[in-house]
Design a protein around this ligand. Structure first.
Ligand SMILES: NC(=O)c1ccc[n+]([C@@H]2O[C@H](COP(=O)([O-])OP(=O)(O)OC[C@H]3O[C@@H](n4cnc5c(N)ncnc54)[C@H](O)[C@@H]3O)[C@@H](O)[C@H]2O)c1
Length: 352
């Protein structure tokens, strides 16, 4: 069901000749220009695309607020199969629509789009980040996304087992794509064992080859049943359904995927089963930290230091959740809303 949740602006874009059909959703500009990636995905219908972009753009508002950025939340979806429908003309047509918003929305990569695509979009628009390093961009944002997830997981490990390390624990990663395979790297370096699954057998095989001892299981159901200590959803959204939470035996859920909670209330079900959930938009903010840094002239050192702060932010959320007796997802929303109201209000002080 399509749910508008106070979105400021939703723009439908079409260019018949290139086949472009896109929707740009600006949820909030309370903290600054809306920032969020462009998803290129073969949605079954325009309604499904609209529901996704509304959901994802709202998530970006909270993510950007919690990451301490001067950006509001937005997102875009391009309807189509990126392997078949992507072309220079389509991406540039999309860029012209991004430009037409005059900086109210700044775009970046997401599922189905890559830094090279953003280079094309940037030929038509000044409001593009996540470009390739050769075009002055920050490159692949999954590097710092994975780092942030790892930091969030360390904070969760400390809360559950008393020490901020995954050494000696078994982590189950669903989806070893751009984020998942980098997370695997960080986890094995920390001394964790891995169980992985991916619908792309080659992606799973590559990780297993690189990290000897990694167990590859056929699907998510097998992953969850495999006695893992931590579940890291790193594929698409809605990994945490009622059915999954009911059978999950992991002590922690912490992963890179956006919108992991399949519906409101799942956070309570996780808490009731004593499973510590590290809120998705808090721990996966490393990528947006990276691309936001690019807007002001990229420094990897500065962006990395900021992504490492996700450890402290996640700790702060767990402390608030403990103190108030609320699930961490609710604690994170409260902190994000507090920042939006306290800092967003400052625009009311008239300048010039
Ligand atoms: N890349 C980033 O910087 C970034 C930042 C924030 C959030 N995220 C989120 O993290 C998730 C992963 O992003 P990515 O950039 O790694 O994408 P990706 O497309 O590179 O990787 C996703 C992987 O998941 C696999 N997959 C898809 N469905 C699956 C399923 N049902 N079971 C198992 N595996 C499955 C795919 O085959 C692929 O290997 C997405 O939800 C994305 O929105 C990514």
């Amino acid at each position: 069901m399509t749910v508008f949740q106070g979105h400021e602006q939703v723009v439908f874009c079409a260019d018949e000749a290139s086949g472009l059909r896109a929707i740009i959703a600006i949820h909030s500009t309370a903290l600054g220009p809306a920032l969020g990636g462009t998803r290129f995905f073969p949605y079954a219908s325009e309604d499904a695309a609209l529901a996704d972009v509304l959901d994802l753009s709202r998530g970006m508002t909270y993510k950007n607020a919690m990451a301490g950025l001067d950006h509001g939340g937005g997102k875009a979806v391009i309807i189509g199969d990126p392997r078949m429908d992507k072309s220079e003309a389509l991406l540039r047509a999309y860029g012209r629509f991004v430009q037409s918003l005059n900086g109210r929305y700044v775009t970046a990569c997401d599922v189905g789009t890559y830094s090279e695509d953003m280079d094309h979009v940037a030929r038509e628009s000044s409001f593009v980040t996540g470009r390739t390093t050769s075009h002055g961009g920050a490159g692949d944002s999954s590097i710092l996304t994975a780092l942030g997830v790892f930091q969030g997981m360390r904070a969760a490990a400390e809360r559950v087992w008393g020490a901020p390390t995954l050494a000696g624990r078994t982590v189950g990663i669903e989806g070893v794509g751009k984020v998942g395979h980098r997370l695997a790297e960080l986890l094995t370096a920390d001394g964790a064992a891995l169980v992985i699954c991916d619908i792309d057998p080659e992606a799973a095989a590559r990780v297993a080859e690189r990290h000897l001892g990694t167990v590859v299981v056929p699907d998510t159901a097998a992953l969850i049943a495999s006695g893992i200590d931590v579940y890291a959803p790193c594929a698409l959204g809605h990994a945490l359904t009622d059915e999954v939470v009911e059978v999950l035996r992991a002590a922690i859920v912490c992963g890179g995927a956006n919108n992991q909670l399949a519906h409101p209330g799942i956070e309570k079900a996780l808490a009731a089963r004593d499973i510590l959930y590290a809120p998705d938009y808090v721990v996966n903010a490393g990528g947006v930290i990276q691309v936001a840094d690019e807007v002001h002239g990229f420094s990897m050192e500065r962006a990395r230091a900021r992504a490492e702060q996700i450890f402290e932010t996640t700790r702060r959320i767990f402390a608030l959740a403990d103190g108030e007796g609320i699930p961490p997802a609710v604690a994170a929303d409260r902190l994000a809303e507090r920042r939006m109201s306290e800092v967003g209000r400052l625009k009311g002080i008239w300048l010039n």
